[in-house]
Design a protein. Structure first.
Length: 427
């Protein structure tokens, strides 16, 4: 089964990076197809911790070709900073391929991201401030700068002028900010050309040819289902397609080549930034989940909002993505609770909803209907088979599988590459 999509089932930070890395040895390509350096994947290998933002997690596996697809927005300063940081630690990044059609995050996108958030005030999204939304807005508005444009100075200048035209009016007249000069942007982008040129290619051709030759390709989503611009909790979402379908538009590989869809799902739920979150905890349990799970953002360091497992969201993710396998992560974090609530449905103004309500207003009012499962107190981080888990932990995994809409094929019991119980082969 050579083409696999791996997505997040909740609001991000489910452990996609670790799951991708754990499959790494079986993969020929790992493709990032959406988002940019708003992502933060922490991968722990042999006691070394790596925080990846823009590079696909396959970068840590020798022999695996990492690819940045056309659906990604690339901050070139961050790209080279990340490559240099990894190279200094002995990671070979020379195989990296970057799509000529990927869009560039320019400094003005970061400025617009920050001022927009400030002006939204209470209605802010809580973005990562990396310029992601404004870069995608320019793409859809057809005033984006693509990686290939950087190789033609005349075109680049024209495109930057086009992109800055309206923005400078906005910045100066509405936001009371300094207008941004075309030259400073063009000069900065031209400064990357020599390093960039050898990495850039038609990644769509390379991937489809690879699949024709029987190579194994994994498409790794940034963000997650509930942050998807179409299927998430709009407007509290990111600006790209983080669900499985995005793997096709974001890479140039057609839907009928995809065999397997893996969704990574945490044994509880977290969210960073604003927006609805029915199982969110504002009490000691929430703080305890944050502490035990080290739930602080990889990208911005913000404390993550924490809550119990939400089965309607898992079922929704299973449906929207066509999930074949769940990877359940961070089961070890739940060690030490006597009883663990699991949300199986919502109550909206006295009416039970087994699925996510149709309207955002209802979702904002949704309160969880909980079932309570027995907890366990044993350290499970050394378990490598389901049978080694305490009986209550086994029952928790089984109960989650029963309510989540697809089989659970692996269970994470710690942050390291090997802290994983594999139940079914996924590749
Ligand atoms: P991603 O954005 O989906 O790749 O996830 P992040 O890396 O942002 O957040 C997941 C965090 O959980 C990271 O710090 C991982 O090292 C850690 N992690 C992943 N799987 C497990 C697990 O099974 N148990 C524990 N304790 N930590 C895990
Ligand atoms: P990974 O790949 C968690 C959230 C932000 C904000 C919203 C929009 O590590 O799972 P953006 O900067 O994308 O315009 O912000 O999306 N967000 C994430 N939350 N994990 C991520 O990535 C995220 N990427 C964006 O907090 O609420
Ligand atoms: Mg993350």
């Amino acid at each position: 089964m050579p083409a696999i999509v791996l997505v997040g089932a909740q609001w991000g930070d489910e452990g996609k990076g670790k799951a991708t890395d754990a499959l790494g040895a079986q993969l020929d390509y790992v493709v990032k197809f959406n988002g940019g350096n708003n992502a933060g994947h922490t991968v722990v290998v042999g006691g070394e911790t790596y925080a990846l933002h823009l590079l696909p997690s396959g970068i840590l596996t020798p022999g695996c070709t990492p690819v940045i697809g056309n659906g990604v927005v690339v901050d070139l300063a961050v790209l080279f900073e990340e490559i240099d940081g990894l190279t200094a630690r002995g990671v070979d990044c020379s195989a990296l391929r970057v799509s000529a059609n990927a869009h560039v995050i320019a400094p003005y996108h970061r400025v617009v991201d920050k001022v927009t958030e400030r002006f939204l005030g209470k209605r802010r999204i809580g973005t990562t401030g990396r310029g992601i939304g404004p870069a995608y807005a320019d793409k859809i508005n057809r005033v984006g700068v693509r990686i290939q444009d950087v190789f033609d100075e005349g075109i680049l200048r024209q495109k930057v002028e086009g992109a800055l035209d309206q923005k400078n009016h906005l910045l100066a007249k509405v936001y009371n900010r300094r207008a941004i000069g075309v030259d400073e942007i063009v000069d900065e982008l031209l400064g990357y050309v020599d390093r960039l040129r050898p990495m850039v290619c038609d990644t769509g051709i390379e991937l489809v040819r690879g699949l024709d030759e029987g190579k194994t390709v994994l498409f790794e989503a940034g963000q997650a289902t509930m942050l998807d611009v179409d299927h998430g909790t709009y407007p509290f979402v990111t600006s790209s397609s983080a669900t499985a379908a995005g793997a096709c538009t974001g890479s140039g590989v057609p839907p009928n080549r995809i065999d397997t869809v893996i969704a990574v799902v945490k044994a509880y739920t977290t969210r960073v930034g604003e927006g609805p979150f029915p199982t969110e905890l504002h009490d000691e349990d929430g703080q305890r989940l944050r502490q035990q799970g080290a739930e602080f953002g990889t990208t911005t360091g913000r404390p993550r909002r924490c809550g119990w497992y939400d089965a309607p969201i898992a079922r929704y993710a299973a449906r929207v993505n066509g999930v074949t396998d769940f990877v359940l992560t961070k089961l070890d974090v739940l060690t030490g609770w006597d009883r663990i609530p699991v949300c199986v449905a919502y109550d909206v103004d006295g009416v039970r909803h087994d699925e996510i309500p149709m309207t955002q207003s209802d979702f904002h009012h949704a309160t969880p209907v909980y079932e309570h499962l027995d907890g366990w107190s044993e350290d499970i981080s050394g378990c490598r088979t389901l049978e080694e888990l305490p009986k209550a932990a086994q029952r928790y995994v089984q109960a989650l599988e029963d309510v989540s809409g697809a089989r659970i094929s692996a269970v994470g019991v710690g942050p390291s590459r090997d802290d994983l119980i594999v139940l079914h082969d996924m590749v």
